[in-house]
Design a binder for this molecule. Structure first.
Ligand SMILES: [Zn+2]
Length: 177
């Protein structure tokens, strides 16, 4: 069963592939989702091979980016920055009810180390003791974000089939009683 956080991430990827042309070759509907365990990117353009990450977050009005956003593991991010590697990022904001969205784009060449904040490693009592993540500093990134798209989220997400997920829940997530 996917967690709420995974579902939000999946919704974000779907909204990007449905609404965003490829930032590099400008073709429409060529961005495709990569497998969940693919580490450095979430979507790929199947025309030109462009890779991008997708981050989804809820936002009260579905438009205003949060000041900071939970990223992923700090170690690989640190190593990529040391190597001068940045990935383009789509930021997907949805309303708490998940009925409206807006998408922003942060290109790789506008990224720098100041946008990535190292977090304190998790305490020894935590489930993943010692694990260290990072935050995106979206306040610092604000004037580098490009607005791409916004709209209404029609119906519920068509999910990538997965044997671990309860399909009825995905098909009828809002059934009552
Ligand atoms: Zn492309």
């Amino acid at each position: 069963m996917a967690t709420a956080k995974q579902e939000l991430g999946e919704l974000g990827e779907l909204l990007v592939v449905q609404n965003c042309p490829c930032p590099k070759c400008k073709q429409k509907k060529t961005l495709k989702r990569l497998a969940t365990n693919f580490k450095c990117a979430d979507v790929i353009c199947d025309f030109c091979g462009y890779l991008a990450q997708v981050k989804a977050s809820t936002s009260k009005d579905g438009k205003t980016p949060p000041k900071r956003l939970l990223g992923a593991a700090w170690g690989p991010q640190r190593q990529r920055m040391n190597a001068g590697i940045y990935f383009p990022l789509f930021l997907v904001l949805v309303t708490p009810k998940q009925d409206r969205f807006s998408i922003y784009y942060l290109s790789a060449d506008l990224q720098s180390e100041d946008l990535f904040e190292e977090r304190t490693p998790l305490s020894v009592s935590a489930k993943r003791a010692g694990w260290q993540g990072f935050h995106y500093d979206l306040e610092a990134a604000a004037n580098r974000l490009i607005f791409v798209s916004e709209g209404v989220i029609a119906g519920k997400r068509a999910s990538r089939p997965s044997p671990e997920e309860d399909e009825a829940d995905l098909l009828y997530p809002e059934r009552e009683g």
